[in-house]
Structures are given as structure tokens and as C-alpha cells.
Design a protein around this ligand. Structure first.
Ligand code: SF4
Length: 637
């Protein structure tokens, strides 16, 4: 990919450094000259790559001075080892500033930090004449140097990433897979996505795409359609039957790990563990893997075949699946320990739906969003009577309303406490639901449900002035007294959130943070229930989130589990960060690149009548043109 044919755009005024004509052709076999070239210095930031695993025959040399043909396992082991080096470096820097930098091989930084402290203290001693305000300031400054040195050693060298990449919870190599699509290499693009995220088909369709919100192209027209490009690569790659990128070699240690929960976090963890050589078994109470992606997302948003593509690719790594096994009833920490598992990861998600006080059962016309969507997905939909009211303002509520419309309901109203502008659902989702015929009743709280002859007939509602959060972060609607009014409803579906059910975790278990940012915890059984190494991650720890966040959490959990089980193996990991891109032709911005391409969509009149996927895949031409707009920001940092 390094020898790309161009199409690279540059934003802003042309400069000599970036001009193609300014530099003569590179001098072959002259590493020093190559290194000193400004364009190479500018691009030194990007160091990781996965493409050697999927490169085409005869193109092995397209990457310049790659760190070597590393397998995916080596790269993952290096990720664990790198984190370990940082932690040790941080601890050493507490002993003396700069020590950690020397340990991590950052000699210049080590000399800098190590010399700052004596300089500062020397200054204090030199001018010492009793305690003064100035001395106190210098001593405080010495303490600050110590703290900053620790912080820098703990964080490690700065790794510049493009804004889109930095915004992605899974840190997918966005600019590079876009570049591969531009070069008409969707299979390689998919392999690159899989390095960080195994749910390319799902996240190409139903991701909140924070990457697009941070894309620099927002300032130059409109952001790149990153999600649609990912979907294009995923669909083409899966259609071509892409296999897991490389096999794990013989003789590597294969600890036995059980993953409880086959949702995004669990499958991502299982996938990462299997890539490193672990023998993984996934347990789930559902008969089929996929979790919320399978049962909580509607068909018109994420078709079943696409889910199968993601899931099949994960299980092709040799992962075992035990469906219909409820953890806590059919299996436990102790039973898994007795089976010889070395570790258990709990990633069960949030399956307990929240309900409003006074809501009755299904026979009275009340449903919760999770069981409603699950039944629709399992082709056993509940019967919806007359006027349907969906309570909730998030994306799930929108999905439920659009599903109800597709099931033939004539009147569907979304009621939520937030105003239209502050609804948690994405604005484009709300717009699509309204276009399909859903009504909105924002700023409304349910006071009490009204039932007649055992059937719900509506509810008494109150206007909401504003929404506050209590000290525990719970939503508290501030209603307007005397603003009561009635809302008629024959069916009420509550989409007000969900929480985790964890009855199998003993009350004596203590949670110890492993990676708080990614919501990974170790469970320590103080009551002696089991000696197995147990961890928890994903939504069951942090509460409901997105698939890309859960996947990132599962991946981090897997790296930590493997790192703890195979300490020696990780210690052997070596990786020379000396990868640099080949020079690429620069082109100025073009007017036509200011327009974002959109995938074809079903018109609301047609989409309402069936469960066909609403948004279509990019055409090849469309995907290439859209990817040409990308500024490859990772090369400019
Ligand atoms: S222009 Fe490309 S590299 Fe830059 S932020 Fe947007 S998608 Fe990422």
C-alpha cells in the first residue's frame, strides 16, 4: 500500500516540503538519506501495520523498511508487552525521574528528566538562606518534575493518530483501510479492520461512528463516509470468503479460557484470545451467538446474513460454542475450574430490561423493548393492538417504533422525557422514524397508567420542564405541576434502558480494576468459592454502550488475561518500531471532494412496508470516489 498511486489530498496551502517536484527521486539503498528526507520525517508517526499478512503475491516489497513480517500473534504479544514496559517504567520513575525512560529505551528523554531534578535542587541549595517563598516554589517545582516524569514514563512515547482513529473506541486504522479501498483492495481493508474489530459488518451499518464527527473533512465540506466505506469492505471481503488472516504456529502455549457471554465484548475477547493461541470456549444462555447484535437489533438495520459473516469469521479461529447454557445454573466458576479452564471472562451484557412502576404484563398490553425485539428477531412477534406508544428517547426506542410500523401498526408514538433536541437517539435516526410515520411526543413523563377491563387504555402524562441527574447519575425529570394530560394507548412498549443481571457473582467477590478506561475488572473471591482467575468486562461492568465500545473492552480484557496467564511468553515479544510509509504523490484539494457521497436508501414509503435493509451498500465507484476524499491525516501528524 505504501506505493499507492496517488489520490492523496492535502488541505491548505501547498508547501515546499510537500511538493513532489522539490525532491529528486529517492536514492536507493541509502537509509540515512531516506531517513533525513522531510517527507519521511513527517510520516514517522505511523508504525503499526497488518498488511503483510494479506498482501498479494509479488507485492511483498510495497512497504518500506517494515519491522518485519510479523504474525498477528507477535503483534498482539507486543501490545501486551509494551503496556507492561510502560507500567514498569512508571514505577521506576517514581524512584528517580528518568529511570523509567532508560528502562523503556527512551535514552534522550531519560537524560532530560534525570538532569532536571538535580538542576532544580541545585538551584535551591545555591541560593539557600533560610526558608523563603521562592525556595518553597522551587521545591514544589522539583516535585512537579518528579510527577511529570512519572506521567511521561507511564504514558510512553506519543503515538500520533488521525482524528478519526483517535475517536474510535477500538482505534481501527481508519485512514489506512480507506486508502486500501481507494486502491481497490477491499479484502485487505477488511483484514485491517479485523486487526482491531471483528464486527466489520455490524459496525459498517449500525455504529454511532464518532470517527465521522472528528473527521477533518467536516471543515472542508462534509466528513468522509467512514462507516459506509467499512461496510463496503466488509461486504465485499466476506462475499469473497476472507479467512482469518494467519494461523497460530505450533508449540505456542494455549491456556484454556472460558468466555461467558457471546455478545460483542465476549466474542471480541474470544477472537483476540484465539489469535494468540488460547483454547477458547464461549458459553451463552441463548442458542446462537451474537448477543444484542443478533437479538436486540432489527433486521432492517442489520440483516441476519451480515451477522453470520462476522460471527463465522470469529468462530473460524477454532473457538468452541456452548449455547443454551445459563451461567449460574448450568455452569459456575467452580465447575469451569474443575473442567480445567485457566481463566473465566464474564461478558454477559445487560439483559434485564427496566420497566416503569405500574406497568403490567404482556396480557395487559405492556412490553419491554428487549423482549419485543428478541421475539421479532426470532420470528415470534407479539401481537400489537391498536395505538402503540413507545416510551424512551434512545436509539432502541426508535428501532422499536420503526419495527412496530413495519408490523402494520397504524399509529405509533414515541414518548420521551427529553426535548426533541436533547433526545439521546441520533438525529438522523429520529428523522427517519418520523419520515416513516412515527409521531413524537417529547418532554413528556408518565404519571400513571390507566387500565380498563385489565387492558391498558393509556396513561396520565405530565409536561417535563427539564431533565436533571441525581448524585448517582440517574435521570430525574422535573415536571410542570398542573400540566396533566392524557395519552391514549392500546399497547405500551418500554425502551427505557437495561441493566446487568449478575446473580452468579458471589457477594464476597471483590472487583479490582485492571483497565478502568476500558471497563475491565478482575474478580477476587474472598469467600474461597473458586481459585480460577476471573475477569469481567463490557456492558455488564459499564452499563449499556455501543458494540464498538464493548468490542474494545473485550479485546483489552483478552490481552490482559493472556498476559497474566503466559507471562514468560509475553516477555519474549520483540518488535522494532521502524516502519515508515513510502512516499505518496500529493494532490491539492479538489472542489468535487467537498461533496460527500451517500449510499442509496429505500424511500420511507417503501421501507415502512417490509424489513428489507434500508441503507444499501456503496457501489465500487462510489466507494473509490468517497475514499479519495480522505486526507490521510495519519501521514501528517
Ligand atoms: S480525512 Fe481521512 S484520515 Fe483525516 S480524519 Fe477524515 S477519515 Fe480520518
Amino acid at each position: 500500500m505504501g506505493g499507492g498511486s496517488g489520490g492523496q489530498i492535502r488541505l491548505g496551502t501547498p508547501s515546499l516540503f510537500h511538493s513532489v517536484a522539490f525532491f529528486p527521486p529517492r536514492v536507493k539503498n541509502s537509509p540515512v538519506m531516506d531517513f533525513l528526507r522531510p517527507e519521511n520525517l513527517l510520516r514517522f508517526g505511523y508504525k503499526d501495520c497488518v498488511l503483510c499478512e494479506v498482501e498479494r503475491k509479488g507485492e511483498e516489497k510495497r512497504c518500506d523498511r517494515c519491522s518485519g513480517r510479523l504474525g498477528q500473534r507477535d503483534r498482539l504479544l507486543w501490545e501486551i508487552h509494551k503496556d507492561r514496559i510502560r507500567r514498569t517504567a512508571g514505577m521506576l520513575s517514581l524512584l528517580y525521574p528518568g529511570l523509567g525512560h532508560f528502562y523503556a529505551g527512551r535514552v534522550a528523554y531519560g537524560i532530560f528528566w534525570a538532569s532536571l531534578l538535580p538542576l532544580s535542587l541545585g538551584l535551591v541549595l545555591n541560593v539557600w538562606s533560610g526558608v523563603t517563598f521562592g525556595h518553597a516554589f522551587l521545591l514544589a517545582e522539583a516535585g512537579m518534575i518528579w510527577w511529570l516524569a512519572w506521567l511521561d514514563a507511564r504514558r510512553g512515547p506519543r503515538e500520533p493518530v488521525a482524528p478519526c482513529e483517535g475517536a474510535c473506541p477500538s482505534r481501527i486504522h481508519v485512514p489506512d483501510y480507506i486508502a486500501l479501498v481507494r486502491e481497490n483492495r477491499p479484502l485487505e481493508a477488511l483484514a485491517l479492520v479485523h486487526d482491531k474489530l471483528p464486527f466489520a459488518a455490524f459496525c459498517g451499518r449500525a455504529c454511532p461512528h464518532p470517527c465521522e464527527q472528528k473527521c477533518v473533512r467536516n471543515e472542508y465540506g462534509a466528513p468522509i463516509s467512514i462507516m459506509a466505506i467499512k461496510r463496503y469492505a466488509a461486504d465485499i471481503g466476506y462475499e469473497a470468503g476472507i479467512a482469518p488472516s494467519s494461523e497460530v504456529g505450533e508449540g505456542v502455549p494455549g491456556p484454556k479460557v472460558a468466555v461467558v457471554g457471546a455478545g460483542a465484548a465476549g466474542l471480541s475477547a474470544a477472537n483476540t484470545l484465539a489469535r494468540m493461541g488460547a483454547r477458547v470456549t464461549v458459553i451463552d444462555s441463548n442458542e446462537e451467538p451474537g448477543g444484542m447484535m443478533r437479538y436486540g437489533v432489527t433486521e432492517f438495520r442489520f440483516p441476519h446474513e451480515s451477522l453470520l459473516s462476522d460471527v463465522k469469521c470469529i468462530f473460524a479461529r477454532g473457538i468452541h460454542f456452548r449455547g443454551g447454557v445459563t451461567f449460574g445454573r448450568d455452569a459456575s466458576f467452580a465447575s469451569l475450574e474443575a473442567e480445567g479452564f485457566d481463566a473465566v471472562l464474564v461478558a454477559v451484557g445487560t439483559w434485564e430490561a427496566l420497566r416503569l412502576p405500574g406497568a403490567g404484563g404482556e396480557d395487559q398490553g405492556f412490553h419491554d423493548a428487549l423482549s419485543f425485539l428478541t421475539r421479532v428477531r426470532k420470528k415470534r412477534p407479539p401481537h400489537l393492538h391498536g395505538r402503540v406508544v413507545v416510551i424512551g428517547g434512545g436509539n432502541v426506542a426508535i428501532d422499536v417504533a420503526r419495527t412496530a410500523l413495519r408490523m402494520g401498526s397504524q399509529e405509533v408514538t414515541i414518548v420521551c422525557i427529553e426535548s426533541r433536541e436533547t433526545m439521546p437517539a441520533f438525529p438522523w435516526e429520529i428523522g427517519e422514524a418520523v419520515e416513516e410515520g412515527a409521531k413524537l411526543l417529547p418532554g413528556t413523563a408518565v404519571k400513571r397508567f390507566v387500565l380498563k377491563d385489565g387492558q391498558v387504555t393509556g396513561f396520565e402524562a405530565l409536561r417535563v420542564e427539564r431533565v436533571d441527574l441525581d448524585p448517582k447519575g440517574r435521570v430525574v425529570p422535573r415536571t410542570v405541576s398542573g400540566s396533566e394530560f392524557e395519552v391514549a394507548a392500546d399497547t405500551v412498549i418500554m425502551a427505557i434502558g437495561s441493566r446487568a443481571e449478575l446473580p452468579f457473582i458471589p457477594p464476597t467477590a471483590v472487583r479490582k480494576a485492571v483497565d478502568e478506561k476500558h471497563h475491565v475488572f478482575r474478580l477476587i473471591f474472598k469467600g474461597g468459592e473458586s481459585k480460577i482467575a476471573a475477569y469481567a468486562c463490557g456492558d455488564c461492568v459499564r452499563g449499556p454502550g455501543t458494540v464498538v465500545e464493548a468490542s474494545a473492552s473485550g479485546r483489552v480484557a483478552a490481552l490482559n488475561i493472556y498476559g497474566n496467564l503466559c507471562v514468560e511468553e509475553v516477555g519474549k515479544a520483540r518488535y522494532r518500531d521502524n516502519y515508515r510509509r513510502r512516499f505518496e504523490r500529493q494532490e491539492p484539494d479538489r472542489p468535487e471532494w467537498r461533496t460527500r457521497r451517500q449510499a442509496e436508501r429505500l424511500l420511507p414509503g417503501k421501507s415502512r412496508g417490509n424489513f428489507e435493509e434500508v441503507e444499501k451498500r456503496f457501489t465500487e465507484d462510489c466507494a473509490r470516489h468517497e475514499s479519495e476524499r480522505c486526507a490521510r491525516c495519519n501521514l501528517w501528524l
